[in-house]
Design a protein around this ligand. Structure first.
Ligand code: SKM
Length: 169
């Protein structure tokens, strides 16, 4: 990469966006940001609290603002929230301001990786698998549509995936 570009990681909950993003940022000497984490630091509360108090709608307003702000930076790796791509405004910002990498995974991996994770209020239900399958049906086409690069994350370590992404930039 000749100039300082941005890399935006999209994909469902449990795809490994935060872990892979940290490796990628370190390898490329870019700054790492995570939109869920940024929402937590701006509100001083966790994602579950934001959902409880402001509802999913309130959370999405915050997410849209955070992504708009972070994508204005230069030379960052951004791990986006799993549902962020449902916003057209976010999709437009991501496509216009960096390389979009879709981290693809399986429902089995998602279920295993998101168990007891308090940052996933949508999965605090009896059957998280069913929720993940329904979300995948609406969201996977959107991830695919905006992706410049698609990488599978279910069988490789985060470091290997980060290397595979770098090869495709
Ligand atoms: O942004 C968080 C939040 O739990 C919602 C979400 C989603 O809609 O898939 C994914 C997480 O990253």
């Amino acid at each position: 990469m000749a100039e300082k570009r941005n890399i935006f990681l999209v994909g469902p909950m449990g795809a490994g966006k935060s872990t892979i993003g940290r490796h990628l940022a370190q390898m490329l000497h870019l700054d790492f940001h995570d939109s869920d984490q940024e929402i937590e630091s701006r509100t001083g509360a966790d994602i579950a609290w934001v959902f409880d108090v402001e509802g999913e709608e309130g959370f999405r307003v915050r997410e849209t603002q955070v992504v708009a702000d972070l994508t204005e930076k230069q030379g960052i790796v951004l791990a986006t929230g799993g549902g962020s791509i449902q916003s057209k405004e976010i999709r437009n910002n991501l496509s216009a301001r960096g390389i979009v990498v879709y981290l693809e995974t399986t429902i089995d991996k998602q279920v295993a990786r998101t168990q007891r994770d308090k940052r996933r209020p949508l999965l605090q239900v009896d059957d998280p698998r069913e929720v993940l399958e329904n979300l995948a049906a609406t969201r996977n086409p959107l991830y695919e549509e905006i992706a410049d690069v698609i990488v599978k994350t279910d069988e490789q370590s985060a470091k290997v995936v980060a290397n595979q992404i770098i090869e495709q930039l």
